[in-house]
Design a protein around this ligand. Structure first.
Ligand SMILES: *Cc1c(COP(=O)(O)O)cnc(C)c1O
Length: 470
């Protein structure tokens, strides 16, 4: 399997180079040359090796679903073992359990990993892959990234024990929760650096993009990325759409709380591969650029506002570029022009025939403000004594809004539960009066010492810091 850039001019490369590169040289994102079909809808798991927590069944399944994306670059037995190791850190034997909360209404719980957000599912594997590939090549990389809250902790946990990786994560000052910040600042491994930037998440993301686009700096520092622009993140997320459908034994609509569009894109890829998905509800908080796009076929950027679901406080959804590339019939030059124009004018529109072909009947966008988020959390607590986190609540609210509009009553809808409620205790308390407990391995998180670095929103300052970390 070879990979091409969404902007059309970067050279074609294989899986291991895609893993290490993150962003393509032409500023685009890597996608596989073709979408493979996955037909093996039974078997596999039965032959899985076991481990103490029983997560090997999921790991084995994951290895076979992802196999076509890796091609012959990693030995299949080695890759399977990397998956087993990656998912051995999860606290639930199913890794991603499916829970029915009402008739036809399900949550796919993606928060049983070490840092309590769905990002662990990809980043635990990414850490194992980095270690494997870098040891083989005898190379060292500097991962730089931006986090709206959850990527940072998940990436640190994934790579803290990697021998050949340094990592710098930028996060927006005062816009991540205390738990999220502490999951970064309390990691004491010397190769791991959390940096608070005086700006928004989009500012942090722009700083990272600028570092990647500075070719001299990029090469001198061996830059690498684990943001959801990294193909391997998206690839690892394709898996749970398949496993959820297998558990359900039926087709389904997925409602996905969305920020950078990575998680929902992974679902769209599963659908291209043959998963029986009836459609996607793209759930946004008040930062609703995608909802407005689905309403008007026009993308216009607004300022970011802070909400109760901070991991979705994003206006420019970077992974949307991969879908746009498909909508342009994989024309990289057209995609590049559209995105450069969007940067300049803050506006991007799609022709009605293109929109109808790719979006209509596949994606429906809904927004959910803080008040609706709290009401949904409260409703779930009252009806099923369950605590859900604010991001999951945005997804569930959107799913409920779509029933009777896009989908008939009786349609199975699976909402992705993207974070553990204890990651956002203040919002949970406001909605339900209950304080969710952190799992045992994090019980003392709030009293651990922190290591904090603060920098201005300045490319120069951030580049100097990164250089000093190597
Ligand atoms: C990152 C994150 C999201 C958004 O996911 P995208 O792939 O960026 O769309 C939603 N919920 C939680 C809890 C997250 O951490």
């Amino acid at each position: 399997m070879r990979y091409i850039s969404t902007r059309g001019t970067a050279p074609e490369i294989g899986f291991c180079d895609v893993l290490l590169a993150g962003l393509a040289r032409d500023g685009g994102l890597y996608v596989p040359q073709t979408w493979p079909k996955f037909n093996e809808l039974s078997g596999g798991a039965a032959h899985a090796p076991t481990n103490s927590r029983g997560t090997a069944g999921y790991a084995h399944r994951a290895a076979s679903i992802m196999a076509p994306f890796i091609g012959d670059e990693i030995d299949p037995i080695v890759f399977q073992q990397l998956c087993v190791n990656a998912y051995s850190t999860f606290r639930h034997p199913d890794v991603a359990p499916l829970v029915e909360i009402a008739p036809d209404e399900y949550l796919l719980e993606l928060f049983h990993g070490p840092t309590l957000a769905f990002k662990d599912i990809a980043l635990q594997l990414v850490g194992k892959l980095f270690d494997h590939v870098l040891a083989q090549r005898n190379e060292r990389v500097m991962i730089v990234g931006a986090t709206s809250g959850d990527t940072g902790g998940a990436a640190f946990d994934g790579v803290a024990s990697c021998r050949n990786v340094d990592i710098v994560m930028l996060y927006p000052n005062n816009r991540v929760s205390d738990v999220q910040r502490r999951q970064m600042t309390t990691v004491m491994s010397p190769n791991v650096h959390a940096v608070s930037v005086d700006g928004t998440f989009d500012d942090c993301q722009d700083l990272v993009k600028a570092m990647f686009n500075d070719q001299k700096f990029r090469d001198a520092n061996q830059l690498s990325a684990v943001n959801s622009i990294n193909w391997v993140r998206v690839m690892a997320q394709v898996v749970y759409y398949f496993t959820a459908l297998e558990k359900l034994g039926d087709s389904a609509v997925f409602s996905v709380p969305t920020g950078n569009f990575g998680n929902v894109l992974a679902g769209w890829i599963a659908k291209q591969m043959g998963a029986s998905i009836d459609g996607f509800v793209v759930a946004s908080n008040t930062n609703d650029i995608l909802t407005r796009f689905f309403e008007s076929q026009q993308m216009t950027a607004n300022d970011v506002v802070a909400t109760l679901s901070p991991s979705m406080d994003i206006q420019v959804s970077s992974n949307f570029e991969r879908l746009l590339f498909e909508m342009n019939n994989r024309d990289g030059a057209a995609t590049a022009k559209q995105l450069v124009d969007f940067r300049k004018a803050g506006e991007l529109s799609v022709a009605p025939n293109v929109y109808n072909k790719w979006i209509t009947g596949v994606f429906a966008g809904y927004r959910c403000d803080d008040e609706q988020t709290l009401a949904t959390m409260k409703d779930v607590y009252q009806k099923s004594a369950m605590l859900i986190d604010p991001h999951t609540a945005v997804g569930l609210s959107a799913a409920r809004q779509s029933v009777g509009v896009n989908y008939p009553k009786g349609q199975s809808i699976v909402t992705l539960a993207t974070a553990h409620p204890a990651k956002f205790p203040d919002a949970v308390r406001r909605a339900t009066g209950q304080t969710p407990k952190l799992p045992e391995h994090l019980a003392d998180l709030m009293s651990r010492p922190e290591r904090i670095v603060s920098l201005p929103n300045s490319l120069k300052a951030v580049q100097a810091f990164v250089t000093g970390c190597r």
